[in-house]
Ligand binder design. Structure first.
Ligand code: SF4
Length: 340
């Protein structure tokens, strides 16, 4: 569970249960500074002149806000819409896309008016009936480390449990999921865990749960009957990568219960970066060890008008062949959604 150093409450947020719960949880904790904002200017309350320090202070800051404006962003290809419950993440993953996308907002912001957000989701669902509408809860965040006191996922899962035409999914690198195990979900929420090798986690994913804790949490989720998936990402090619990723699959298989309610899904994503991301990462993590030598990569133009440095064609082919073969061998009943 994430314990922030400071919590900023935007105006009116203490009227909502989510705001009250967070306030009551931390009000007597002398290590947590509580700030009630009179204007909704957040930045000036987070120390740090330089991006390096501001990023670190931001990652220790929780902002409780209210989602205004109810146009949901699309979320292709993983879902139809982003569900805007939370933005930002407490993790310090060096390669994280949020470093670029939320660079000036590294703090975690939770939206207290979850009922409004869910009723807007219902409107989007109604527009598409009889088609199913899928919402992604982790498009701009990892919502799990704050779940023990926000209960946003719990409320959302219970909402979708009763939804005929709506589904929910989210992905995490954390294990604070115990509050989700004994609630009604009706199989309408898919929980995915992002996994990687010990080396990648210890080199590049500071302040995330260990691989053991992620796998333990995923076992609990499986036993609770949720649809379960794994994202193995980002794949890095390094000395011994195949052995390490194979070990990961075998360890996972040993610990997962058999006879699952739904087939497990796998998504596999190789490491890639943009020039903009590289510039931000170099400032925020000057000692990072990410392989970002442009000359060793292929430049690929993307659908959003900017290009990315991906592994070479030969490397991607090797990654595809390796994971297709290994996943089928270790998890013959699983579904591989894509390997990119
Ligand atoms: S856990 Fe996910 S969202 Fe959080 S910093 Fe790491 S990659 Fe980013």
């Amino acid at each position: 569970m994430f314990v922030p150093q400071r919590i900023l409450f935007e105006k009116e947020t203490l009227k909502y249960d989510v705001g009250k719960n967070i306030y009551n949880k931390f009000k007597d904790n002398e290590n947590v500074e509580i700030i009630n904002l009179t204007s909704n200017r957040v930045k000036q309350h987070i120390p740090g002149e330089e991006i390096y320090e501001y990023y670190r202070e931001g990652k220790n800051t929780l902002v409780v806000g209210i989602k205004k404006g109810f146009k949901f962003q699309s979320c292709k290809p993983s879902a139809h819409y982003q569900l805007p419950l939370i933005s930002g993440c407490v993790g310090n993953c060096q390669y994280c896309y949020l470093n670029t996308n939320l660079g000036d907002k590294p703090y975690i912001k939770v939206n207290a008016n979850v009922e409004d957000i869910l009723s807007q989701a219902q409107k989007y669902i109604n527009e598409r009936i009889p088609k199913i509408t899928i919402f992604e809860g982790a498009a701009t965040s990892d919502p799990v480390p704050v779940e023990p006191y926000t209960e946003l996922l719990k409320k959302t899962i219970e909402f979708f449990a009763n939804s005929e035409y709506g589904k929910f999914r989210f992905v995490t690198k954390y294990n604070d999921i115990d509050g989700l195990l004994n609630i009604k979900h009706n199989g309408k929420t898919e929980i995915r865990f992002t996994l990687n090798t010990d080396k990648v986690i210890s080199d590049c994913e500071k302040r995330t749960a260990s691989i053991n804790n992620r796998i333990d949490a995923s076992v609990k989720v499986a036993e609770a009957g949720y649809p379960l998936g794994y994202i193995i990402a980002p794949i890095f090619i390094y000395d011994g990568w195949k052995q390490d990723y194979m070990k990961l699959l075998i360890d996972l298989n040993k610990r997962l219960p058999k006879n699952l309610a739904y087939p497990i899904t796998f998504e596999v994503i190789s490491h890639r970066y943009t020039t903009r991301a590289k510039n931000v990462i170099t400032q925020v993590f000057p000692n990072n060890t990410l392989p970002m030598n442009d000359s060793e990569r292929t430049y690929k133009y993307g659908q959003f008008g900017y290009g990315k440095f991906v592994y070479t064609k030969e490397n991607i082919l090797e990654i595809k062949e390796f994971f297709e073969h290994s996943i089928k061998e270790v998890f013959p009943d699983s579904e591989i959604k894509y390997i990119i």
